[in-house]
Design a protein around this ligand. Structure first.
Ligand SMILES: CC(C)(COP(=O)(O)OP(=O)(O)OC[C@H]1O[C@@H](n2cnc3c(N)ncnc32)[C@H](O)[C@@H]1OP(=O)(O)O)[C@@H](O)C(=O)NCCC(=O)NCCS
Length: 145
């Protein structure tokens, strides 16, 4: 299922962040379902004591799906002995920046031009992102757990 869903949500089966290529369909994660219908998806990767949220999507917004999936990731991180959760978003994604900061995540790193560099290998990355904002930079957020 995820092999067709991830490209629909992210424009490709491969997600490029901080110079690493992830295939979300091959990662562990959580699916939120209601009445047999998929309404949310989170995928993650664990490396050392860090859990990285690679993708998070709420198909229906502002009904609590994103919060539920992040809470599930926090539980996995704690159970797995991870001390931090990291994720990368982009400069245009002000909804995600708001969402994560409201849930305790802190801005951790800014990589100016990182999306422009990824676009050289992955030309399908759009030039314009949410709210018509030029899509250029990566921003990492971190939560200590
Ligand atoms: C970022 C994203 C995952 C947030 O998911 P979401 O399911 O909309 O988030 P939630 O519904 O849990 O919370 C959003 C807000 O809705 C509110 N909310 C939740 N249920 C609600 C309800 N029943 N009635 C009214 N408001 C509600 C929450 O309180 C929250 O507001 P707050 O941040 O001020 O507390 C979602 O916007 C998304 O999928 N974006 C596209 C993909 C993306 O950018 N992913 C992140 C980058 S990895």
């Amino acid at each position: 299922m995820l092999t067709w869903l991830v490209p629909q949500l992210w424009g490709s089966g491969v997600v490029a962040v901080h110079g690493t290529m992830f295939r979300p369909a091959e990662l562990d994660g959580f699916i939120a379902e209601r009445a047999g219908r998929l309404i949310g998806l989170l995928t993650y990767d664990i490396a050392g004591d860090m859990l990285e949220i690679v993708t998070l999507n709420a198909i229906e917004r502002r009904v609590g799906i994103g919060t539920m999936l992040v809470d599930a990731a926090v539980s996995v991180a704690r159970r797995s002995g991870c001390h931090q959760i990291r994720l990368t978003t982009t400069n245009d994604n002000v909804d995600a920046l708001r969402f994560y900061q409201r849930r305790g995540f802190r801005l951790a790193e800014l990589r100016p031009g990182a999306v422009d560099r990824s676009r050289r290998d992955k030309p399908e990355i759009p030039r314009t992102g949410d709210y018509g904002i030029p899509l250029r930079d990566e921003i990492d957020l971190m939560l200590l757990v």
